[in-house]
Design a binder for this molecule. Structure first.
Ligand SMILES: Cc1cc2nc3c(=O)[nH]c(=O)nc-3n(C[C@H](O)[C@H](O)[C@H](O)COP(=O)(O)OP(=O)(O)OC[C@H]3O[C@@H](n4cnc5c(N)ncnc54)[C@H](O)[C@@H]3O)c2cc1C
Length: 522
């Protein structure tokens, strides 16, 4: 993973010249005066851990699995939000951990937690490092140092129960590694977020991730039937049946806990048969509200495709345009729906026919497979484009929310208005990214010209959008999580009593407060 950007540096996306011109002419984007810092220019805090703590950590995980070199520290600094990338591009490594610890077993994780609690060392569980909500930055105040607990060595497929269609997997597996292991059994998880290539199963569970095929396979938390977590107070082993009436479901306390209550060391996950057939295709609606109505009907009456997303006019326009057409962007592109079907040929054909009938009845025009295939082909490429846009002088970031169907128009308008008021004349694009019987998630992408202070610029816009979300009755996050960035808004969502409950759980499981301090808990 590129330390100051996304993914494999060999896959960096160059901005075509017409796009550069358009950015300059329409959005007034100019290349930043100062070039981005090089790796060697990143400023790191002096390492704070005592020799005693380092020796003891090495004794638990083995010397080869304890690192405190600059390379390891820089690569475990923060996550991959735009502010995270801007800080790295400015050479600011102030949030770097003092050391990176790579445990190989649940027992080693438990031992590390015990040791760190004893010496008041903060522990940041680290999966793929793709958090976009500040979930990987620990407060140092009151701690003797910070370690990143990288779970990459917990990467096994432990068992498969083909009768129950449940597989036990370890949390350090990245999306493609997990799919590769399951493919050997003819199975799939079906969890494909845009960060799929780098994010891990533990991170999906800890941040309640949602994949692009959630209409068919469900969110990640829907897939978790059981889990094991190491906490400073001991082990939690939860989930012995698909559903239970034995009191509140404590699995839900760990799901979404973002490393603040414990470290997930094992996941029992619902799996599906690997699909025999995948078909993705496109539909066009004249206007966003008409497309929203069609998606609502599909979500409420079914059957649902596996992938279902609706882009608004702006996102459709930008997504459909070829670089050579960009000078003459018009607003009559309509709104693109991508509908994808994965399964057996019979299942695909049944759902496809029924979906097509509903979409046509609701005013949709069939565009054939090309837009769907184009989306499927480029589905993991957008983060590379963000790097190029940042380098070209754009501030570009995404944010997401969800609400009930009746609130969608208000939420959509409120967020766009807030972003426009804060940023001047940004390009704001949106799509309906996940649908349910009762509501949907809206995902916004914003592009604007960087000011001299892009961090302050985005902080203001994000604050404005967050307030608009809260006031319009949306949730501050449908799938990115809370981290540090959404703590205030989360506190408003759950109220003071809710916050007290969280603080109580934290105190019980992690009395020294070493786990991800500053994240999640209001
Ligand atoms: C370009 C891009 C695209 C994205 N697309 C999507 C998307 O489509 N859908 C989506 O849901 N999200 C998306 N995200 C957000 C992010 O990928 C998800 O939140 C993902 O779940 C994080 O997984 P990770 O392994 O990278 O976790 P990390 O970023 O390493 O950690 C996330 C949080 O979980 C904690 N944590 C990690 N592992 C464990 C563990 N084993 N036990 C306890 N706590 C743990 C960390 O301390 C941190 O607080 C995207 C992010 C980027 C940068």
């Amino acid at each position: 993973m590129l330390w100051s950007g996304w993914g494999d540096p060999a896959k960096a996306a160059e901005l075509p010249e017409p796009v550069r011109r358009l950015l300059g002419e329409v959005l007034g984007i100019r290349e930043p005066a100062a070039p981005a810092a090089t790796f060697g220019e990143v400023r790191l805090p002096a390492p704070a851990l005592s020799p005693l703590v380092l020796t003891s950590l090495g004794a638990i995980v083995g010397g080869d699995h304890l690192r405190f070199d600059d390379d390891a520290r820089i690569r475990h600094t923060r996550g991959k939000s735009t502010p995270d990338l801007l800080l790295m591009r400015a050479g600011n490594g102030s949030d770097a951990p003092d050391a990176v610890v790579l445990p190989g077993t649940h027992g080693e994780v438990a031992e590390v937690l015990r040791l760190c609690a004893e010496h008041r060392v903060a522990v940041v569980p680290f999966g793929g490092g793709t958090s976009v909500v500040g979930g990987l930055v620990a407060s140092r105040t009151g701690f003797a140092g910070v370690v990143a607990l990288d779970l990459a060595r917990l990467n096994r497929l432990v068992s498969v129960d083909p009768e129950s269609m449940v597989a036990e997997l370890e949390p350090g597996l990245r999306g493609p590694q997990a799919e590769h292991l399951l493919a050997g059994h003819g199975m799939t998880l079906g969890h494909f977020p845009q960060s799929y290539e780098y994010a891990t199963l533990g991170g999906f569970a800890a941040a309640r991730s949602s994949g692009q095929a959630s209409a068919g396979y469900g969110r990640f938390d829907d897939l978790v039937v059981g889990l094991t977590a190491a906490t400073p107070r001991g082990t939690l082993d939860l989930g012995r049946a698909p559903k239970s009436a034995a009191g509140p479901d404590l699995r839900q306390v760990i799901l979404g806990s973002e490393g603040a209550f414990g470290v997930i060391t094992s996941l029992r996950l619902r799996v599906r048969r690997a699909p025999e057939l995948r078909v993705y295709e496109g539909w066009r609606f004249g206007a966003f509200p008409a497309g929203v109505a069609a998606l609502r009907r599909l979500a409420q009456e079914g059957p649902l495709p596996t992938v279902l997303r609706l882009s608004d006019e702006a996102e459709t326009m930008v997504g459909l345009a070829k670089p050579s057409d960009l000078g003459s962007l018009s607003s009559d592109s309509g709104c693109l729906v991508v509908a994808g079907y994965e399964g057996t040929p019979g299942d695909v054909s049944y759902r496809r026919e029924r979906t097509a009938a509903t979409l046509a009845e609701m005013g949709g025009v069939y565009l054939g497979p090309e837009p769907g295939e184009k989306w499927a082909h480029g589905r993991y490429a957008a983060p590379y484009l963000r790097d190029s846009l940042l380098a070209a002088g754009a501030t570009v970031e995404t944010l997401e929310t969800a609400c009930f169907w009746s609130g969608v128009p208000r939420l959509y308008d409120a967020v766009r208005r807030a972003l426009a008021a804060s940023l001047g004349s940004p390009l704001v694009m949106c799509h309906v990214s996940h649908v349910y019987g009762t509501g949907a998630s809206l995902y916004f992408t914003v592009v604007t010209a960087q000011t001299d202070d892009p961090l302050g610029q985005w902080a203001g816009a994000k604050r404005a959008a967050g307030e608009a979300i809260v006031q319009s009755g949306g949730t501050i996050s449908h799938h990115h999580g809370v981290g540090r960035d959404h703590r205030q808004a989360y506190a408003l969502e759950i109220g003071e009593l809710g916050a007290e409950i969280l603080r109580g759980i934290k105190e019980r499981l992690d009395p020294a407060g070493i786990l991800n301090p500053g994240v999640l808990i209001p």
